[in-house]
Design a protein. Structure first.
Length: 323
């Protein structure tokens, strides 16, 4: 009887040890892989969402056409690398420098030609106008590039994978997406919090009329901020272009995710956008692991809870939408 009891205790101990080992393997294996993948998703979506959040925080306009700027960034990279630069060495890197600037100039044209006259209008009209721009931009994409899916090749040397803690991850995401997104995040923080122009931009989110009274060219400020937001959208499109197919309608797909991020974190809050992007990325990554058929369900549930309990978002503050 005693020996039989010892055998059972030994089996139970081995079972517990096996359970602990399995848990450790999960934490160091699947958990790390999904967390890192979630971080990649978060940094990619932040690169795009930060421009939308910045524009709303200063101009008070929820630019639905921001997804179109992202889409044009991706298609411009395709055109430059495939047809303009061709076999020029480093053609992708050259396009990565040129394209966001071109999108920023496009953003300036949009702001001056369409948005500036309706700053005083009801937010509903602003949203309808930017939605109309989405339709126009979408038809132009079909006209210029066709309706077929296109692709951008990854730069030479970054087509494969890299091992991190014994797990393989795409080299492009590790060496291009992550550094550029982090650089954009740090650059925005330094610009907004440690430069004179950044302090003017932050002041514009609180009291626009006072800035005008102090002699600041508010119109030029709005145009500059919109150009920065467009630059970030175009940069996001350029960086993410080699990571998936390019197709008409990709602007609708991305703008939904971007709205989720900025609403969750707080409209107009850059730190909230970063937090919202991180939550979005991790929930999507772990959702794919545990409940793949409902991978986006968790983020919608969380957003609904946040909107009910904290309508301005996790880190958002009430901002005025008029001018």
């Amino acid at each position: 009887m005693f020996e039989h009891r010892k055998v059972n205790q030994l089996k139970a101990a081995k079972g517990n040890l096996r359970g602990v080992t399995t848990m450790v393997e999960f934490l160091t294996g699947e958990f790390f892989v999904q967390f890192f993948n979630g971080l990649i998703i978060a940094l990619g979506i932040y690169l795009i969402a930060s421009g939308l959040s910045l524009v709303f925080g200063v101009l008070g306009i929820l630019n639905f056409a921001h997804g179109s700027l992202y889409m044009y960034g991706a298609f411009f990279v395709f055109t430059l690398t495939r047809h303009v630069l061709g076999s020029v060495p480093g053609n992708f890197w050259i396009a990565l420098i040129i394209v966001p600037v071109l999108i920023a100039l496009l953003g300036v044209c949009v702001e001056m030609g369409f948005l500036r006259p309706i700053y005083q209008a009801d937010p509903l009209y602003q949203l309808l106008l930017t939605y109309g721009l989405v339709l126009v931009f979408g038809d132009l994409v079909k006209l210029l590039w066709g309706a077929e899916n296109l692709s951008v090749a990854r730069p030479p040397g970054l087509e494969g994978t890299i091992s991190i803690l014994g797990h393989l991850f795409p080299s492009y995401q590790v060496w291009v997406l992550i550094p550029i997104s982090l650089a954009a995040m740090v650059g925005l923080y330094l610009f907004l919090n440690h430069t004179h122009l950044g302090s003017i931009v932050r002041a514009a989110t609180h009291d626009r009329e006072m800035l005008g009274a102090l002699g600041v060219n508010v119109r030029l400020l709005y145009t500059g901020v919109f150009a920065i937001g467009a630059y970030l959208g175009g940069l996001g499109g350029a960086v993410l272009a080699p990571m998936g197919a390019l197709y008409p309608g990709m602007d609708f797909d991305i703008i939904i995710d971007v709205f989720l991020v900025v609403v969750l974190g707080g409209l107009g809050s850059m730190s909230g956008t970063a937090l919202g992007a991180l939550i979005f990325g991790e929930l999507r990554s772990f959702g794919i692991l545990f409940v793949p058929q409902f991978e986006t369900l968790f983020i919608y549930i969380l957003m609904a809870i946040v909107l009910v309990t904290r309508p301005q978002g996790l880190l958002g503050k009430q901002v005025s939408g008029g001018h």
